[in-house]
Write a protein that binds this ligand. Sequence first.
Ligand SMILES: N[C@@H](CCC(=O)N[C@@H](CS)C(=O)NCC(=O)O)C(=O)O
Length: 209
Amino acid sequence: MYTLYYLPGACSLAIHALINELGQEVKLENVSVPQGEPRSPEFLKVNPRGQVPVLVDGDLVLREGGAIINYLLDKHNSNMLPKSQPERAQSLEWLMFANATLHPAYARMFFINRIIKDENAKEEAINAGIEQINKLWAEVDQQLAKTKYTCGDQITGADILLTVIANWIGYLPKPVQLGDNTKRMLKEIINRPAFKKALSEEKIEYKAV
Ligand SMILES: N[C@@H](CCC(=O)N[C@@H](CS)C(=O)NCC(=O)O)C(=O)O
């Protein structure tokens, strides 16, 4: 059985939903602590960065979401990681887009109040950051105007992670714009039984669509 260290609604929700998609059993470890308090010493031993997701599979401990998604889909021979090229490379490109480009763009906005104290500088940084996020979602929307999912007719891990990130609206200082094609895909994914189960197990409401 897998163990997944998670924070409700965080990027770890994508791993949780994928484990459900794959029909695998998982022991869920919620690492939430009251605001301002450090993570538990037990969890910091598992991940000194104190971040989720962490997946434990026997002796293997993985601490990066993109690697965990790739590992799970590959191990279980899932169609959500295409077998042939160029689809496989494109699915990894979209996964990295979600994990390494869109996710950090959100993270910069989450911590802005802590980092910038000057109000004018903060306003400028927020406007620039939200504009960047809107541009990234516009890229997703342009792709989804052509294809059902980011990589064509087959849903991939990237689509699940994008669906999780889109729901972080409540943590942003200003609203972001999601296009109609994006909303269409999000609605479809949140109605998948595996995604619904993960939301309900983490007691998370989906508010992006
Ligand atoms: N590069 C890491 C980043 C993980 C990350 O930023 N996790 C966030 C949740 S989405 C987290 O644990 N935040 C709490 C914290 O940093 O203390 C990955 O993609 O797995």
